[in-house]
Design a protein around this ligand. Structure first.
Ligand SMILES: Cc1cc2nc3c(=O)[nH]c(=O)nc-3n(C[C@H](O)[C@H](O)[C@H](O)COP(=O)(O)OP(=O)(O)OC[C@H]3O[C@@H](n4cnc5c(N)ncnc54)[C@H](O)[C@@H]3O)c2cc1C
Length: 388
């Protein structure tokens, strides 16, 4: 049996960050993953993830985003890898986008920027069109522009943090499946298909697989299949990060929302997607990885054809990905009710990556020092902690 200070279960966005932050603080860490991250089976692939600092999902996320940006830059300095591209980001809302939840997102983003002093501009459709002629606008849109927003490269972030964790002494075990997590006399016992581990603390960061491993505490999470499409740009230079921002666009009369990215150097195709909730999976492994032509055509017709200039319907690539969604999209970062030495980190709901570096740091601090620099109490689930 291997004995450690901390075991990290799942080494994707959250787990790689936690393993790195634990190891750099001198803890004896074992990190275990059923695949070999970065990989394409979970929630953290597809080249790019939007990052913003003023977070419309809730002001409790802003300190996480701000700290994460600092950590990405620290990791860039340590590794020489480019991880964060601050090409600017737009949140666009059409006047006809009357869905109350969506309309409020723009206002909450502006309020968060004002509250935290985050540099931003509120733009009219005319101003957006003058700056970014790539957008086909109706003329009644309002937009929030944040120059410090942009994207991170998720696969690079995970690989860099796992490399740094290993350099700091962490044992990174890939291709090993955790099968059971139980309390032990002094902490947590983790069984895998290859062995048994014990540690004073464990962090469960298994993404879409966490509900299956944690049991009842994550019973409220739903797993949804998502699709990413890369469409051909007639002139890719028009969509380079120097000329085009990341965007979240609420448009149409229903709850339509798309998001998209510039084309990073060395890549091809403009990545555009929307959030899809029609297909709920009973388990992550049930996902159909095949993307039907009709699905891609629907995305093109709804979100690209009459929205972005010079982008053809030719799809260069399409991939599926997993959302693990709580009913109010809020993260769960809390102790397991059956074992206070096991921390559950379930931070997907489609907006977790940008915060992952800071979440990893905060849970590492909590595990080793009993408290963290960032306040995670907003992500405790009353049903879990018994404080309802
Ligand atoms: C299509 C899509 C678009 C998104 N866009 C954005 C965005 O623009 N901005 C943003 O901030 N966020 C975005 N997100 C959300 C973000 O990507 C997720 O919040 C984040 O990647 C979740 O990371 P995770 O560590 O929880 O899961 P993962 O990265 O999936 O990691 C879980 C790991 O656990 C491992 N594992 C599972 N079971 C076991 C087991 N039994 N034993 C050992 N290991 C196991 C898996 O192999 C995996 O490596 C998006 C998500 C998707 C799917």
């Amino acid at each position: 049996m291997v004995v450690a200070d901390a075991i990290v279960i799942g080494l994707g966005a959250m787990g790689s960050a936690a393993a790195y932050q634990l190891a750099r603080r001198g803890a004896k860490v074992v990190g275990i993953d059923r695949f070999a991250p970065p990989h394409e089976h979970g929630s953290s692939h597809g080249d790019t993830r939007i990052t913003r600092q003023a977070i419309g999902e809730g002001e409790c996320y802003v300190p996480l985003a701000l700290r994460a940006h600092e950590i990405w830059r620290e990791i860039e300095a340590a590794t020489g890898e480019e991880l964060l591209v601050q090409c600017g980001g737009l949140v666009l809302s059409g006047a006809r986008s009357s869905h109350p939840k969506k309309a409020a997102f723009l206002d909450r983003t502006i309020a968060a920027a004002e509250r935290y002093g985050i540099q931003h501009e509120v733009l009219s459709a005319e101003e957006v069109g003058a700056r970014y002629p790539q957008f086909i606008l109706e003329g009644d849109e309002r937009a929030y522009f944040e120059p410090g927003a942009g994207f991170v490269y998720p696969e690079r972030c995970i690989a860099a943090q796992l490399r740094l964790a290993a350099q700091a002494g962490a044992a990174i075990r890939t291709g090993e499946i955790v099968t059971a997590i139980t309390p032990s006399g002094t902490g947590v016992r983790v069984e895998t298909d290859r062995g048994v581990y014990e540690a004073g603390r464990a962090i469960l960061a298994a993404g879409a697989w966490s509900p299956g491993l944690a049991g009842t505490p994550l019973g409220h999470m739903a797993i949804h299949r998502q699709v990413l499409n890369w469409f051909e740009a007639e002139d890719p230079a028009q969509y380079a990060p120097e000329r085009f921002p990341v965007f979240i666009w609420m448009h149409g009369s229903a709850a339509e929302q798309s998001y998209g990215f510039p084309i990073p150097p060395g890549s091809s195709g403009l990545k555009v997607a929307s959030e899809i909730y029609e297909r709920t999976l009973s388990a992550p492994d049930d996902i159909d990885r095949n993307v039907a032509e009709a699905e891609t055509a629907l995305t093109y017709d709804k979100h690209v054809r009459s929205h972005l200039r010079g982008v053809t319907g030719r799809c260069l690539r399409a991939k599926t990905c997993l959302y693990t969604l709580s009913p109010d999209s809020r993260f769960v970062i809390d102790a397991h009710p059956g074992n206070d030495r096991l921390t559950i980190v379930s931070a997907c709901s489609g907006h977790g990556f940008k915060h992952s570096a800071a979440i990893g740091e905060a849970v590492a601090e909590q595990a080793l020092e009993g408290r963290s620099g960032l306040d995670l109490s907003a992500f405790c689930v009353p049903e879990l902690s018994g404080s309802a």
